[in-house]
Write a protein of this length. Structure first.
Lengths: 472, 422
């Protein structure tokens, strides 16, 4: 019997699992995907917004401000990268400048740092700003993170503290029992007192397995270009002035030096697919705030789905018709920025009142950052290689990643099981060759470390085989 | 103490081996070749088809056989090669940082550096093909490696995007391995592969070539299930209503090769955007003194024989530099004019030419007959008529030092199609 089953191992589910692993609870974290952070948390703008955008009185406003304040500490504890880039909101003309005043006013009241930049000052900082930009509102404390790195680190911490992680376990149904619920998956049933619904774009479907949903999730697609990390296009995140359609098309300098250009915002096609129309929209609309856009240096495009809730705000509440079934739904932007605060809010308001939370003295809430050779000093690298020469065998020439790093990411708790899993953790395939050179090497290492034939190694999902058979 | 070499060659593929051997043969004793893989030969090792060496050895051989000749010669001349060694950085002062499991991170100093770093394949990311992201989409060279080096089949129902040579060769290779190849789509109205490969790899196997077509959607959540192929207009935009669907589990991309120059970029070596490789002079010297470039890391070749030839010349350039230093005279640019995509070298020092200089260039569209004009300002240096020119085949033209001795400005290569309408 589990105390808590968390369904969905995205940024919310994994941070929830980590936070609950502080206590003496029997917890399972289950996900239908082959890896944690494999859908919405895998494909987004990677920004820790400061909280100037959500309207007053919303959970979004409350939790965004709080979550953003929590991230630097969280990233220190989990050994994750965070980079304070600052964000420029670029207005073109008087009407948009007036809108900036609203944002500045909210920032003032919420205690968020901001600064006004004239057209000239902003262009000195960001030479690629469009000539139409007339004024800029700067939020210097805005950060970028590597979203799935935080989720993976959180899951790793939870697993080390005893949380059971079940990947490739899609929830097929939920039954009520005298003591709570039983969560069915193809391979296994989970008897539990409570369920925390962190199912992202499927949160309404999951809820419908136990009750009558009083919200709907309408997946809203966003498509992006990724630019090569040799392109230094912007130093700050550059936003247009937000509109009813969302935050608009932006340019984001990521923690590893690539630039994201996107997203669009499309309700009409709720599939994780890139489209000619969506990418055309991005190409066209990025020119609102920026010029000299080096899309010829694009190395990849991707699409993600925002789990937009029908209520507009985050939904963090116990289901009215299902006691012990906690919905955390509609976690669209600023969901990533709010995530640590969402978890804290849900525990304090919804879980603590139902369950005795007894501290587990043995729990270790921190994770040491895995060895990343490119981040080490010469002495540290030499020492690493002396201990394990595999750290001197470079398997990925674009990102200069060693065999040692790949092996480590497979053998850690919540380790990589797929080619994409390795890519998410240590980045081979993230560079300009997109795996052309390193994929065969990564595949061979996975095969060796997992003790499975090369033909059983998959890209991502259980049926996504890369090699179909041995040749003769 | 930092170890010093007269010459260091980065890359032990066809270009690097030829360059290293030539250096040794010409009296440079302390030469080091650095290779990232566990064997030399580079991409030749996976090119098990015939067709290599016609120019160099006057016989047809496979890629590994061609590489073997150079391996044997490298041993004969006592070429020093470090395997499984990755160069991580190079610097303007000709220091080189590398790493390998035996030595860890090491910095060495070279008097001359020859970049023979090869190229990488354009991939789905660069093309931004819409659709899902299933397994089953490979670059042609990646699939070739899985098949010929690792010994695994990647799929059974295959479509190929792009008529580059690796794609054409893989079409035949997949057929021979029992897969079914449904077709090759080429966005241009002409093939980008060598004519002999169109004949031997597609026509001989009844594989259709769809010119002016491209892949416009990819379907499949786990493994590739289906692709959409559309005709394109003259601006290469897909035409609505022309969609065809192929239920395939494998899509190979053979859509171009790009010289891999992050090392050179980082060192500040000037690139020629037309070739995406370093700008080089008559001795294959880059914009920074003492750096030389050759092979597919300089510009993408269609024949390995020319890789060998240019690598030997780059090595001779390095030998010349080690003896005489850098040329002191002003350089003249060599520019592609109308109808020409690029020239290599793209600049010369007219009085530094040792006997001859050969220009390699590509034209920008297929023509039945054309006049190639090489001029310096108003002055025509050479004018020749040529037949059956295609962009996929590199053209060459040799000049003697004497012919260029009194050049006083930029040289331009132009191609004009000869019309037979009247």
């Amino acid at each position: 019997m589990y105390d808590i089953v968390i369904v969905g191992a995205g940024i919310i589910g994994t941070l929830m699992a980590r936070e609950l692993s502080r206590y003496r609870l029997k917890t399972a974290l289950i996900d239908k995907e082959s890896d944690v952070a494999n859908e919405t948390s895998m494909a987004n703008s990677a920004i820790v917004h400061t909280g100037y955008d959500p309207e007053d009185g919303t959970l979004k406003a409350l939790l965004n401000v709080k979550g953003a304040e929590m991230y630097p500490q969280l990233c220190r504890e989990l050994g994750c990268r965070i980079k304070q880039t600052g964000a420029y909101i670029a207005a073109c003309g008087e009407e948009e400048e007036a809108h900036l005043e609203i944002l500045a006013d909210r920032a003032e009241r919420r205690g968020i740092e901001y600064a006004w930049l004239s057209n000239e000052e902003a262009h000195i900082q960001e030479p690629n700003l469009s000539d139409h930009v007339t004024k800029v509102l700067d939020f210097p404390t805005t950060c970028v993170i590597y979203p799935w790195e935080v989720a993976i680190a959180a899951a790793e911490t939870a697993v080390k503290n005893g949380t059971e992680l079940y990947l490739n376990h899609a929830c097929t149904g939920i039954d009520r029992t005298e003591t709570g619920y039983v969560v069915h998956t193809k391979d296994r049933d989970f008897d539990t007192k409570m369920i925390i619904n962190c199912a992202g774009i499927f949160a309404d479907e999951l809820y419908a397995m136990v009750g009558t949903p009083d919200f709907e999730i309408r997946p809203r697609k966003g498509e992006y270009y990724v630019l090569d990390n040799t392109v230094h296009f912007v130093k700050h995140i550059v936003f247009p002035v937000p509109s009813a359609k969302g935050k608009g098309v932006l340019a984001v300098p990521t923690v590893y030096g690539n630039t994201l250009i996107g997203p669009n915002s499309d309700f009409s096609d709720p599939e994780i697919t890139t489209t000619a129309e969506g990418l055309a929209y991005v190409r066209e609309n990025i020119t609102k705030t920026l010029k000299n856009i080096p899309l010829n240096m694009s190395i990849r495009t991707f699409a993600g789905l925002r789990p937009s809730g029908s209520r507009g705000d985050f939904i963090i509440e116990e289901a009215k018709d299902a006691p012990g079934f906690i919905n955390i739904a509609g976690i669209e932007s600023p969901g990533l920025a709010s995530a640590p605060a969402i978890v804290e809010y849900a525990i304090d308001n919804l879980i603590r009142p139902r369950t005795a939370l007894e501290i587990n003295e043995d729990a270790v809430m921190t994770r040491e950052r895995p060895v990343v050779m490119s981040e080490l000093s010469e002495e540290e690298r030499t020492e690493m290689i002396r201990k394990d020469p595999r750290y001197a065998n470079i398997v990925c020439r674009c990102e200069q990643i060693s065999e040692g790093e790949v092996v480590d990411c497979i053998n850690r708790p919540c380790g990589a099981r797929t080619v994409k899993g390795v890519k998410k953790r240590v980045r081979p395939g993230m560079g300009r060759c997109q795996g052309g050179f390193c994929e065969p090497k990564v595949l061979a290492i996975l095969s060796r470390e997992l003790g499975i034939p090369m033909t059983e190694v998959v890209l991502d999902a259980p049926d996504s085989h890369i090699l179909i058979r041995e040749n003769r | 103490m930092m170890k010093k070499y007269s010459a260091v060659v980065i890359g032990g593929g066809s270009a690097g081996l030829a360059a290293g051997i030539t250096l040794k043969e010409n009296g440079i004793e302390d030469v080091l070749v650095i290779e990232k893989d566990d064997m030399v030969g580079g991409i030749l090792n996976q090119c098990i088809h015939n067709g290599f060496g016609l120019h160099t050895f006057k016989e047809q051989m496979s890629g590994p056989a061609y590489a073997e000749r150079f391996k044997v010669r490298a041993e004969e001349v006592g070429l020093n090669i470090k395997l499984k060694t990755m160069v991580t950085h190079i610097h303007e002062d000709r220091t080189i940082e590398y790493v390998n499991p035996q030595e860890g991170y090491v910095t060495i100093q070279a008097d001359a550096i020859i970049l023979a770093v090869g190229c990488y394949e354009r991939n789905r990311g660069a093309l931004a093909i819409p659709g899902q992201r299933p397994a089953g989409v490979y670059t042609a060279g990646q699939a070739q490696r899985y098949l010929n080096i690792d010994g695994y089949q990647v799929g059974s129902r295959v479509f190929i995007l792009g008529s580059g040579d690796i794609g054409l060769i893989m079409a035949r290779r997949m057929m021979l391995e029992g897969a079914k190849v449904y077709g090759v789509a080429e966005i241009m109205p002409y093939s980008n592969g060598l004519p002999r490969n169109i004949k031997q790899c597609l026509e001989d196997y009844d594989i259709p070539l769809y010119l002016s077509h491209t892949v416009t959607n990819i379907y499949g959540k786990d493994r590739l299930e289906r692709i959409e192929v559309s005709k394109v207009d003259e601006k290469l935009r897909p035409i609505k209503g022309t969609e065809m669907y192929f239920d395939v589990d494998t899509l190979l991309l053979s859509v171009g090769l790009i010289p891999e120059n992050h090392l050179g970029d980082e060192a500040g070596i000037a690139m020629d955007p037309r070739i995406k490789g370093p700008s080089v002079d008559e001795n294959y010297m880059c914009s920074i003194e003492g750096f030389f470039a050759c092979g597919n890391g300089l510009h993408v070749h269609d024949l390995v024989d020319y890789v060998t030839l240019q690598a030997q010349r780059a090595a001779m350039g390095a030998v010349h530099y080690l003896k005489n230093g850098k040329p002191q005279e002003k350089e003249c640019r060599v520019m592609p004019g109308k109808g020409v995509l690029y020239t290599v070298p793209n600049r010369i020092h007219p009085h530094n030419i040792d006997k001859t200089v050969e220009f390699f260039f590509r034209i920008n569209e297929p023509v039945d007959e054309a006049v190639i004009t090489v001029r310096c300002g108003e002055r025509v240096l050479r004018q020749v008529k040529k037949k059956y020119l295609v962009p996929s085949v590199m053209e060459r033209m040799m000049f003697t030092a004497k012919q260029l001795a009194d050049i006083d400005g930029d040289i331009t290569f132009e191609m004009e199609a000869v019309s037979h309408d009247e």
